[in-house]
Design a protein around this ligand. Sequence first.
Ligand SMILES: [Ca+2]
Ligand SMILES: [Ca+2]
Ligand SMILES: [Ca+2]
Length: 267
Amino acid sequence: MPATHIRRWKTLALSTSAVLVGLTLPTMAATPASATTTAYDSTYYKNAVGKTGTSLKSSLHTIISSQSKISYSAVWNALMVTDQDPNNSNNVILLYSGVSRAKSLNGGDVGDWNREHVWAKSHGDFGEVTGPGTDLHHLRPADVQVNSIRGNLDFDNGGSAVTNGGGSKVDSDSFEPRDADKGDVARMILYMAVRYDGGDGFADLEPDEKVNNGSNPYIGKLSVLKEWNDEDPPSAFEEKRNQVIYDTYQHNRNPFIDHPEWVDAIW
Ligand SMILES: [Ca+2]
Ligand SMILES: [Ca+2]
Ligand SMILES: [Ca+2]
């Protein structure tokens, strides 16, 4: 947009901001990751702001490793809060499919939703004991069957449509979430890589450029996750769940939701 348009638009916004709020938000949400500022820069992120590369990653690891932890059984009720449908407080929004489903349908049967580990728990074999296996920053409600199709696959573009998957795709060695969940998945994976560095009795989780990572503590493909981070910037839903996890449950934040440009600053 030419600068003259921006200036005129800002002048308009000053005089008729109430009218323009609804018009400006979609434009801002579609903007690719660029330098951002947050209310937490001078406090929570004080020691990370201005850094790049391994220095930034190391600072963020220290910052986000100060957290409370919850049990795997407590994850059920937590997800009913973090992932509540903004338009129906009886429901949660399911990852990958985008379906809104009753909170009461949590379980393991067809038609239920369950607890999806976006960083597949077999990649580093951390299981469901309190730790990475119960970290809400990468746990989401998902349809039982869609979750089963994702399994422990790495992430990449391509494949055929997942049944009732909302546009997500799958092939023999990778899973592609629907567009609206691509950035969420990327930022969850990269949060896990920064949070878990092998110093707490769990594996050092890291992204790599492969699929078929199996039980190794890696998830690919990094180059694709970086693209997804740009293509699907943090939404109001994603930002709200980050805030709820911070305020109510773990008291740590996903830095890549607050600062999506830090993905490229590190990787
Ligand atoms: Ca593939
Ligand atoms: Ca999204
Ligand atoms: Ca790591």
